[in-house]
Every structure is written in C-alpha cells, then in structure tokens.
Design a protein around this ligand. Structure first.
Ligand SMILES: [Zn+2]
Length: 170
C-alpha cells in the first residue's frame, strides 16, 4: 500500500492471503492527532484504517521506515508530502527502473512542472518527492503517475480485453 487513502486501500479485505507493506509514518499519521482535521482526514475511511489496524494484530502488515526491498528488483521509498507516510515503488523491468509514483505525482504535470495537488500534508516533502522520483527512475519516461489518464494512452494494454483497464509498464 503506498498509503491508506480510500482510493488506494479500499479493497484490501478482498485479498485474504495478502501481506501488506506500509510505512511506519502512514499508520502513525492515519491514526494520530492530524486525523482530527477534516482537511486531512477526508481521504481516509475510518473503517478501512481500523481494518488495517486489525491486520497489524494478525501480523499481516510489514512496516518499513524509509527504503526497503520487498523482493529482488522491487523496493519501496518513503516520500511523505500528500500523506505523511506516502511511499512510491521502484521496479526493475526490461526497459530499466520504473517508478510507480502513486500519489507522489497524481498527474505527469505535477512532477514535470513542480505543481502541487490540493490535498497535502507537507508541501516541502511533496516538492522533495519529485526529486526522489527522478533520482529513482532511469528517466522521466520511467515515472508512472498515480492518476493520470495519459498512462493508458502512453502504454499498451496488458491484453486486448484489458484495453483501458490495465497497461503494461515494462
Ligand atoms: Zn492519496
């Protein structure tokens, strides 16, 4: 999980065998003092956050602090900014290091033009995060934003029946 906003965690309970990987800072943020504020808690659903807390007690959440390798060629990297424990994912592919930005950069124009998304916890971390994306990826063309419809135009579908739903990024 890059972070626990509803559009990134919402179906976690349909993955009955999954082990989830989360930054320490994300769980602390989503269960701590800042969730008293509507501006910061609106992208979280309390039932999803408490659901993840239950999984902690079942040992189904692995916590990371900063950078961690999940498997050969797959690493996570804490960025913060949009959510305090937001992390991106770097994957080794046939075309090199691809970075799944998630909400570190919602759209291409966010990192390309150093613009900021409206929902934000720490502006400085978000801006530094754009540098992190570029350092981790082989080039700007290896950065995949989390919410940009252009991703479906720039990459081929994973299969004909998955056109417009799943793209190949490698
Ligand atoms: Zn988000």
């Amino acid at each position: 999980l890059t972070h626990m906003h509803y559009d990134h965690v919402g179906t976690f309970d349909t993955f009955a065998e999954a082990q989830f990987h989360l930054q320490d800072d994300e769980m602390a943020y989503a269960t701590g003092r800042y969730m008293r504020h509507a501006h910061l808690n609106h992208p979280y659903e309390v039932d999803e956050v408490t659901g993840m807390v239950r999984l902690v007690y079942e040992r189904r959440v692995t916590f990371h602090r900063g950078e961690a390798e999940l498997a050969p060629g797959i690493t996570v990297h804490r960025v913060g900014g949009h959510a305090d424990g937001l992390q991106c994912v770097r994957v080794s592919t046939r075309r090199g290091w691809v970075v799944l930005a998630s909400d570190v950069s919602h759209y291409y124009e966010h990192f390309e033009q150093r613009r900021l998304f409206a929902t934000m916890f720490n502006l400085g971390d978000a801006l530094e995060g754009y540098d992190t994306l570029e350092q981790l990826a082989d080039s700007r063309r290896h950065i995949v934003p989390g919410h940009d419809p252009l991703v479906m135009e720039r990459y081929p579908p994973a299969s004909p029946e998955l056109e417009g739903i799943v793209a190949r990024l490698d």
